[in-house]
Design a protein around this ligand. Structure first.
Ligand SMILES: O=C(O)CCC(=O)C(=O)O
Length: 285
């Protein structure tokens, strides 16, 4: 593997702060393909909503940034907060299995890499509590929902990736990170109506150092599984579409019932997802 493709100081920054941003990482054609893939899903969804009498039109000419809201205007409580099982689309292969991204992931995780069974597209609606993600460490979810124990979670070697499909700013609900918080053990997570949350007494002393991660389509941020982070609420009038996914050292258990999909491997090269059509033939899990 050539080292010149690895941004300078990536490993140092990642180790110190728990995250690193890669501006302009995906080329315009990869971003356009991902947006088109999501538009196809929105189209299918629109047809179903109209057929069910929940939307009065498919709003086919509406902009990507507004259509999801227009479709759900009369059934907001039914709007999906995220899309997961739907993401086995040929046009998303270039994102999840991006060779240069996987080379960078390899420098952190080693050469056995799985796409972890938690890959998501989020349409964050304006002023919509179910899509404002509260302070958490990803490990908190694995422990709480998947009954892993705290120690197992802390040992998981995972790299999270987040990339917007529209410009993400504080106003429309970008991510916020607490630099260095990945070095903490797993903090308590309490169940709220829509998400888990690190309770105020644990997070408030840390949150004064939080930084907003404002990114444009094509930009990518890599962050540690134990980093304290949240997705702000969307105060704008348009939808904040984004993607988040994770890679894990494939030699470890996922601590979930799903096994994910192999992205890179010297030990089992034949089990690596090879092509867009193979990705589209697989299912979430
Ligand atoms: O996109 C968001 O608002 C939250 C995403 C998140 O918490 C994550 O990727 O772990």
């Amino acid at each position: 593997m050539s080292t010149e493709i690895i941004p300078e100081n990536l490993l140092d920054d990642f180790d110190t702060r728990g995250f690193v941003t890669l501006p302009n990482f995906f080329t315009a054609d990869i971003v356009a393909a991902a947006q088109a893939a999501i538009e196809t899903l929105v189209d299918e969804h629109a047809t179903k909503l109209v057929a069910a009498g929940k939307a009065n039109a498919t709003h086919a000419d509406a902009a990507f940034e507004t259509r999801w809201y227009q479709l759900h205007e009369h059934c907001l409580t039914e709007a999906a907060d995220y899309l997961r099982a739907e993401l086995h689309l040929e046009d998303l292969f270039g994102v999840f299995f991006h060779p240069r991204l996987l080379d960078i992931v390899e420098t952190v995780l080693g050469n056995e890499i799985r796409l972890y069974p938690n890959y998501t597209v989020r349409p964050k609606l304006p002023n919509h509590e179910p899509t404002a993600v509260l302070w958490h460490q990803d490990g908190g979810y694995t422990e709480h929902w998947h009954k892993a124990n705290n120690g197992d979670v802390a040992d998981i070697r995972m790299l999270n990736v987040w990339s917007p499909l529209v410009p993400a700013r504080v106003e429309n609900g970008c991510m916020e990170f607490i630099p260095g918080s990945h070095k903490l053990p797993l903090l308590p997570h309490e169940e709220r109506e829509f998400y888990l949350e690190i309770p105020p007494k644990h997070i408030e002393p840390l949150a004064k150092d939080a930084v907003a991660i404002e990114l444009d389509p094509g930009d990518v941020v890599l962050f540690h599984n134990m980093l304290c982070h949240r997705g702000l609420s969307n105060q704008a009038k348009t939808i904040r579409w984004s993607m988040d996914w994770r890679y894990q050292d494939a030699r470890q258990p996922t601590l979930r019932k799903e096994n994910g999909h192999l992205a890179k491997s010297l030990l089992h090269p034949n089990d690596v997802v090879q092509s867009a059509s193979e990705w589209a033939s697989l299912t979430f899990g």
